[in-house]
Design a protein around this ligand. Structure first.
Ligand code: NAP
Length: 254
């Protein structure tokens, strides 16, 4: 049975490893190709967009995909929407694997929750001078205006081209997982007053929230965008493995 795994997350890599060990399952992981040196899952990998809903539906047919698991990031709503539409068109079963957000964090009630990056930028600008910005490369432009004169430490995976951030900002190239010890040291050294993050969820990048809480740093959290409804959804890798075991190759479906 051929499974297309839409990836780019730690959960997707864990699922790829688990499915590779399943008898009779051939899994192909798909990455967008956004970062220069992505962490690669085990097994077969393809890289790059499909060309919208039409391209994805065509890919499902041309490569005889029997089931799709969308394990992309909770903020990657474009590809998730495309997956819902393309799988409906191609009559391929779809599962969404999405990790729980951080709303259950013991300090989540103390955080300033906002709906998008533009609001996060305004909230951060008002909350303090020294900002640790960890909300990712794609929404950086929303912060450069409101935080142009702030002391911003921006953490990204890939280098930011010259001119994309104000000259006074500091760019820190790093990627998770992060430890509480290192996150605390970073915030102490930078004398961080405000932390900006998306509600990505999961454990790999959670330590910054614990460090901010202990240090009294103001936390601005961007809420998850409304995701398109997948027919079925689970929140952990084991459940996704169980779902995959229940799927059948096309020729053996009733
Ligand atoms: P997006 O806005 O939802 O998707 C934009 C386009 O990128 C899609 O229409 C698709 O192009 C292509 N694409 C996205 N994910 C793909 C995948 N797994 N395989 C093949 N093509 C993919 O996505 P995004 O927010 O830019 O995120 C891109 C990738 O980075 C995702 O796979 C996600 O899991 C990972 N990621 C995202 C974030 C985040 O904060 N957004 C954080 C960590 C990791 P076509 O229309 O041409 O098919």
């Amino acid at each position: 049975m051929r499974v297309l795994l839409l990836g780019g997350t730690a959960e997707a890599r864990a699922l790829a490893a688990a499915l590779t060990a399943e008898p009779g399952v051939h899994v192909v992981s798909s990455l967008a190709g956004r970062v220069a040196r992505p962490r690669l899952p085990v097994g077969e990998v393809r890289v790059g967009g499909f060309g919208g809903v039409d391209g994805l539906a065509r890919h499902l047919r041309d490569t005889a995909v029997d089931a799709v698991v969308d394990a992309t990031h909770p903020f990657a709503v474009g590809i998730s929407g495309n997956a819902v539409e393309a799988c409906t068109r191609a009559a391929v079963p779809l599962l969404r694997l999405v990790r729980p957000g951080w709303a259950d964090h013991p300090r989540s009630g103390e955080w300033e929750w906002v709906d998008d990056a533009a609001r996060a930028a305004r909230a951060a600008a008002a909350a303090g001078e020294r900002v640790l910005l960890t909300s990712g490369r794609q929404t950086l432009a929303a912060f450069t205006g409101p935080l142009a004169d702030h002391d911003v430490l921006v953490r990204v995976v890939d280098p930011v081209p010259e001119g994309e951030v104000p000259t006074g900002w500091t760019v820190l190239l790093d990627r998770g997982p992060y430890t509480l010890e290192k996150e605390t040291a970073l915030m102490v050294e930078h004398r961080t007053e405000v932390l900006v993050t998306k509600d990505s969820g999961g454990d790999l990048t959670r330590a910054k929230l614990d460090a901010a809480g202990a240090l009294g740093v103001h936390v601005v959290v961007v809420r998850r965008p409304g995701a398109p409804d997948a027919p079925e959804s689970v929140s952990d890798v084991d459940a996704a493995v169980r779902w995959t075991r229940q799927q059948r190759p096309r020729e053996r479906r009733d």
